[in-house]
Write a protein that binds this ligand. Sequence first.
Ligand code: ATP
Length: 386
Amino acid sequence: MARLELDSVTKRFGDGGDAVVAVDDVTVEVPDGEFLVLVGPSGCGKSTTLRMIAGLETVTDGEIRLDGSRINDQPPAQRDIAMVFQSYALYPHMTVRENMRFGLEESTDLPADEQNDRVESTAEMLDITELLDRKPGELSGGQRQRVALGRAIVRDPAAFLMDEPLSNLDAKLRSEMRTELQQLQADLDTTTVYVTHDQTEAMTMGDRIAILDGGELQQVATPLEAYHRPANRFVAGFIGEPSMNFVPAAVEGGALTARRATAGDAFRYPLPAAAADAVDDGTDVTLGIRPEDIVVDAVDVDPDHAFEATVEVVEPTGSENVVHVELAAGPSVVATVDGLQQVRAGETVSVGIPGDAVHLFDARSGSALHSRSLDSVDLESRRVRP
Ligand code: ATP
């Protein structure tokens, strides 16, 4: 068990004009027992961050500490940290038992019978006892994944590092392993840093998520904070599927207006007081609205916030319909509605954008200026009763 700290950690590859800053001044603290997910698009610096924590990559600037002690210069084998790779990295010529024991032999000086006991009990925990005498070539992808996890768990390290460990599995197995990994981590209570580019994995697995873009940390928050109170437009767009809708607009007299290329009425959206207070007249902003907050067939929405629109495409997923609409006043947005709601392409509908659900971002910097209100959502009435 351990607290892991990254303090202004930077990684530069190469020198001078050709240098690539893969990780840029990242500071984050992972408390003992936390499951932190590092998430971001390809090339954002996730793997490099993880590899620096593991000791597989040097740190250019800053400090990495485990339980308060600097580990920058410790060789990987001396760091009490176990890593699980996307490729599993199992030795093909060794049996599962030998693969699991190997990590233990490398990192501890436990007597042989204790090593065997640990391998056996970890195998039992992961339900792979019957595979112990097989070689990796004789296992399915999911089974190999369990062995790779077992090899990390058997060491009983201070922290686990996992680099996209589920990405080689099919969708169904991935979702099963996601649940299993969460349960396992909760049982073991071991500090874990988990890297993924998949925002669903981040949302569903992390105690907290750290969102990276271009090597820079954008936000560290619980999944729901990142979803409802994104620090900036990047986070708002990255977390959530389908993505948040964005409409570039100007603030004029307490309302948003968006110019349109063609003739006709421009989009005008009167801001509720809390949102209007957060922005200055004459500034350029981006309106953000989540697909599930948009109401299609807006009978109950206040007329100022309801717009005539044409349905362009309907994508049924079964549980919901993803509806692409074009407002008569210009912008196109994506809404999600109940799967049984009858909406058809070509229909004219009334689309509501409720005032308490809007987000506003600075057009230039992308910083959040106003986040949706959760005040009108009666969370208590939605509590599950025992
Ligand atoms: P992915 O999800 O595609 O694995 P990532 O977020 O893990 O991406 P990194 O692998 O950490 O990203 O890479 C971050 C940046 O650093 C990228 O621009 C990459 O090209 C660069 N980079 C990584 N390793 C090296 C290296 N050894 N030499 C030079 N540049 C590198």
